[in-house]
Design a protein around this ligand. Sequence first.
Ligand code: SAH
Ligand code: SF4
Ligand code: F3S
Length: 446
Amino acid sequence: MSTSVYVETFGCQMNVADSERAAVRLRAAGYELSDRPNNADVVIFNTCSVRERAAHKVFTRIGEVRRTRLGVEPVFGVMGCVAQLEGETLFDNSPLVNLVVGTRATDRLPALIDRALDRKQRVIDLGERDETDAWDVPATARTSPYVAFVPIIEGCNKFCTYCIVPFSRGREKSRSAAEIIDEVKQLRDYGYREIHLIGQNVNSYRPKTEAGLEQFKGATLFARLLRAVAATGMERIKFTTSFPRDFHPDIVAAIDENENLCNWVHLPVQSGSDRVLRAMRRGHTAADYLRRIESIKNARRQIAITSDIIVGFPGETEQDFRDTMTLVSNVRYDGLYIFKYSERPGTPAAKLNDDVTRTEKTARFLELEELQKRQQRTIYESYVGREINVLAESVSAKSESDLTGHTTCHKVVNFPGRSVKLGEVAAVRVTDVKQNSLYGEALAAA
Ligand code: SAH
Ligand code: SF4
Ligand code: F3S
């Protein structure tokens, strides 16, 4: 029998994409992929460091898995951002771990597992990708048969002072446009209906050559890539994450020109205070940001806007927080992810005094959340009675008779699914509003 490997994924879409790549390489090398950790020979956690106590959580999870096993210890491996950052110390902190695989070593995973299986040595690889590594994942190996994540740029050069990602993912490296376009065409031919172009900062997409973009105009290479990908005819194209300073209005023009570029932009602002934005080294002021928002709101189609905000950054005063409240109430976001600042060792902000108390962070979090809930409800209520197109992606976790999926503006919609097949785009009339989703009735396949 072949050796079985179980991979559990945490964190952002980049990790999901890496786990898919890992699965392809493992199958090609003769490993079997297991969907449960209970009896796999190798158990790997693909980890994220953006949250607090990330390494600790991995050890807890290893303990949980271990308790479900009857005496037979698997090889435990850690890959992803925690692996890259913690390296050797993972071995010191947990004798159970004997494989550590950094963020650019995914393609070498089969060989690394081979070595780890004899258990005589601890195996670690924190190296760079090989030039020859292929990025693409065949359509058949994807997590969802309808929605695929396509990485276009890896790493980050921004070094926002609070953020660990530039350390865990390294410098920006863009994939060739020709390769991206080929992958999108393959996915289209295979029946995929939606793709997400992903990267920590997609707007700074900068491939080594213009191969694949020659026929496409635009103010930035990313705007040209959007037009090139739109020309493949893929039904729905979304992209995330956008970085405000690099968000060129030509992106909005590209969306206006192409119906298949979806009406959703995720543009994290982090704070509404210029003082805090400077301390975060974001490279934009609140006014710069609002100009970008203006250009999005002036688009021909209504474009949904979502954002991330950190409350309680070191030195954030009551007035700074008020500025954030004002910005949020002016923008009126369709969705907002709020984070309480927490120190990441090794980042520049970790040297600052984390002086906003826990109580104060929580109070600001709740006040901002309340404002967002109120505004979001008004936006969501404006959908009641309207007919929207929803890609039926899966059966709802809450009710087996309901299907769940997203609109082109990336809102979650649930609806009774008897007349709709998974993978179809259904016309749904919205009847009800929930906190972070819409509810409706399917009219017909759209
Ligand atoms: N590349 C994206 C997102 C990176 S991480 C961007 O530039 O926006 C996702 C979100 O986690 C960030 O937008 C930020 O809001 C939050 N985050 C990152 N580091 C954090 C920290 N140290 N404390 C609290 N929130 C943090
Ligand atoms: Fe982190 Fe800033 Fe890079 Fe986003 S742009 S990944 S927040 S450093
Ligand atoms: Fe987390 Fe790494 Fe993504 S830190 S958010 S998994 S890039």
